[in-house]
Write a protein that binds this ligand. Structure first.
Ligand code: NAP
Length: 260
């Protein structure tokens, strides 16, 4: 096949992006970069309204529209309300960044509670799938949509397994990888590209929340690139995967782990 001539390439206009868990960390960095790239952004969060409003203010300072919306993505009713709010406030969705996630406290498997396992699966797997479903119902040409892009935030843990730390979390991200491949193949002919990023150790609050404040530094130093990553270093590949530059990329799981 010859290359598509530059003149015949359709540049995808950035449009409207929903980022789950965008009040902090990788989600917040993605929201700020998305605004610079011309997206209007819905900043979803679970608890911290003040942090979410600060991200909204940054998006607005970049000249784009934004609003914050509290919704626990593990809850179907709240997910449907979140997507309806995006429809009403910003218009047709063109990009979903399925980012919200948690690990639970670090422990061996023999010490974890069923509640932690249920919660991690409910948010990282069920919630992510319910958000993707809501996005497909809006974006798919089969449903009258104009197409779009989905990026799921997986983890290097999916293939490392996280022994002694959070094997259940690693398993939840393995599910994200399988889902990314399947959904990409299911909706590839309907104008939707579905990809994942699999970060390694990235400087966010998630490590302190897991109960080991030293983990980030330690794991980062052991990576082939010799350091941990910054949230912006994940946001940039996410924006690339959603851009027209990645128009032939779907079903990919892009590792962003400094070689780990
Ligand atoms: P973070 O700093 O802990 O931020 C988590 C975000 O998710 C917050 O905005 C939080 O909102 C939101 N959130 C949590 N539960 C939610 C729920 N049920 N519904 C809606 N929002 C919810 O985490 P992060 O490190 O940026 O992680 C983002 C994603 O990257 C996760 O999927 C994580 O597994 C993945 N990841 C991170 C790393 C890393 O090293 N940081 C590595 C690999 C993968 P509130 O603040 O309002 O609670």
């Amino acid at each position: 096949m010859p290359d598509t001539p530059e003149s015949q390439r359709s540049e995808t206009a950035p449009g409207v992006m929903l980022i789950t868990g965008a009040s902090r960390g990788i989600g917040a960095a993605t929201a700020r970069l998305a605004a610079q790239r011309g997206y209007d952004v819905c900043v979803n969060y679970a608890h911290d309204a003040a942090a979410a409003e600060a991200v909204v203010a940054d998006v607005q300072s970049a000249g784009r529209r934004a609003f914050a919306y509290r919704a626990d993505i593990a809850d179907e009713i709240q997910v449907e309300a979140l997507f309806a709010a995006v429809d009403r406030t910003l218009g047709p969705l063109s990009a979903l960044v399925n980012n919200a996630g948690l690990t639970g406290p670090i422990s061996r498997l023999d010490a974890v509670s069923a509640e932690v396992v249920h919660r991690v699966m409910a948010v990282n797997v069920t919630g992510l799938i319910l958000c993707a479903r809501a996005a497909v119902r809006r974006m798919s040409t089969r449903h009258g949509g104009a197409g779009g892009g989905i990026v799921n935030v997986s983890s290097a843990a999916a293939t490392l397994g996280s022994p002694g730390e959070y094997t259940w979390y690693a398993a939840s991200k393995g599910a994200v990888d399988s889902f990314t491949i399947g959904l990409a193949r299911e909706v590839g002919g309907e104008g939707i590209r579905v990809n994942a990023v699999a970060p390694g150790a990235i400087a966010t609050d998630i490590h302190t929340a897991s109960g080991d404040g030293t983990r980030l530094e330690r794991i980062g130093r052991a990576a082939p690139l010799g350091r941990y990553g910054e949230a912006e270093e994940v946001a940039e590949p996410i924006l690339w995967l959603l851009s027209d530059e990645a128009r032939y990329v779907t079903g990919a799981i892009l590792r962003i782990s400094g070689g780990r």
